[in-house]
Every structure is written in C-alpha cells, then in structure tokens.
Design a protein around this ligand. Structure first.
Ligand SMILES: *[C@@H]1O[C@H](CO)[C@@H](O)[C@H](O)[C@H]1NC(C)=O
Ligand SMILES: *[C@@H]1O[C@H](CO)[C@@H](O)[C@H](O)[C@H]1NC(C)=O
Length: 186
C-alpha cells in the first residue's frame, strides 16, 4: 500500500513539473546578460525644438478640445499632436538631430500648463533609431521647465533623467525651445 502511494506521489510530482507554472514567464537573470555590468554613463544632450503651429510647414496640430477650451484663458482641454524637428542650433535650417513626437495637452485651468507625453526620436549617427521618453509638466511661460525622462530605447535603454526646457524665441507661428537633457544610461 505504502509503495503504491509512493509511486503515485512520484507520478504526481512528474506531472506537476511538466505543467507550465503561471510564474514561468518571469525569470531572474544576471545583468551581465544584457551588458549591464558596465557602469552607467551620464549624457548631456542639447538641441532646439521647433513647435510650428501654423504656416506651410506646420508640425503641431490641435486634435481635440473641451467645451471650455475657447473660453478658458489657459486653453484648458486642448490636445495637440506634434512631430517637431529637433536641431543642433536655434536656426530652423540647422542640422536636424531628431524629432519630438507626441502630445501636449493644456491640463491646468489656472495657468498655462501642459501635460507633455512625447518621444525624442533621434536620427544622427550612432543615435539613429534610439529614443528618449518624456512625461512631464510644462508651464510654458516659466523661464525654465523641468520634465522627467522616464525611459529610452536603443543606446538609451534604461535611461532615467530629466529635461530642462527654456524658450529661445516665439512668434505666432513657431516657438523655438532649447532643451538640455541629462540622462543616465548604459
Ligand atoms: C518650409 O520648409 C521648406 C523646406 O525646408 C523651406 O524651404 C521653406 O522656407 C519653409 N517655409 C516656411 C513658411 O517656413
Ligand atoms: C537612420 O536609420 C534608418 C533606418 O535604419 C535609415 O533608413 C536612415 O538612412 C538612417 N539615417 C541616418 C541619418 O543615418
């Protein structure tokens, strides 16, 4: 009798080992597997963001608004989607290093404050194809605005850091914003 129990026990163990465990999609691995044993680097990126809201080469378009948007001094509820060029210097015809692709939405009823959700998609040299993701608050009339960098891809995998934005110039058609971005990555 005891022997039969023992054999059934072994049998059950064998069966249960062959049934995939629900946790099996997660594994702990060594950081070296992904080349993460090297120390992190700190990079400083500086570029100029061109938000063109009108004219022939418009790059930012309002795609939604709330019933209050037009009566609101802050345009509360408006949502803009952008594909803004990023250049090495403030001039529009300077070299393009990437694009800011994403959304900004007026999210404050009391001051001009945007929720920024965007990717900086780089195209130059080794950085071509790498990106940084930003999620933050942008009170555009402040001299300097700080937004968290929440991640990245390619050379910027595991990126964390912040971006500082300051308006370089602004007309009815285009705002040029200097970005200084500081990120830790591998
Ligand atoms: C639009 O872009 C083209 C090509 O870069 C440029 O030649 C032209 O001056 C721009 N037009 C305006 C209104 O900025
Ligand atoms: C960036 O990469 C894309 C896709 O791999 C390629 O088509 C493009 O020519 C590259 N651009 C530059 C400036 O190297």
């Amino acid at each position: 009798m005891a022997k039969i129990y023992f054999i059934s026990f072994i049998f059950l163990i064998t069966i249960s080992n062959s049934i995939p465990k629900t946790q099996s999609f997660v594994q702990t691995i060594s950081p070296a597997t992904l080349g993460l044993h090297k120390p992190q680097k700190l990079s400083h990126l500086r570029f100029y963001f061109h938000d063109i809201i009108g004219g022939k080469n418009q790059t930012a378009f309002r795609v939604a608004s709330s019933p209050s948007t037009n009566n609101s001094p802050t345009g509360f509820g408006s949502v803009v989607i952008m594909d803004d060029p990023l250049t090495v210097s403030p001039e529009s015809n300077s070299e393009i290093v990437g694009r800011a692709q994403g959304i900004y939405a007026s999210a404050s009823q009391s001051e001009l404050g945007f929720l920024m959700v965007l990717n900086f998609a780089f195209i130059r040299g080794n950085y071509n194809g790498s990106s940084l993701s930003v999620l933050g608050r942008n009170t555009v009339v402040s001299a300097v605005r700080e937004m968290p960098v929440v991640g990245g891809s390619g050379l910027f995998r595991f990126a964390t850091g912040y971006a500082k934005a300051s308006t370089h110039s602004s007309t009815e058609l285009e705002a040029v914003v200097e970005y200084n971005v500081y990120v830790f990555h591998y």
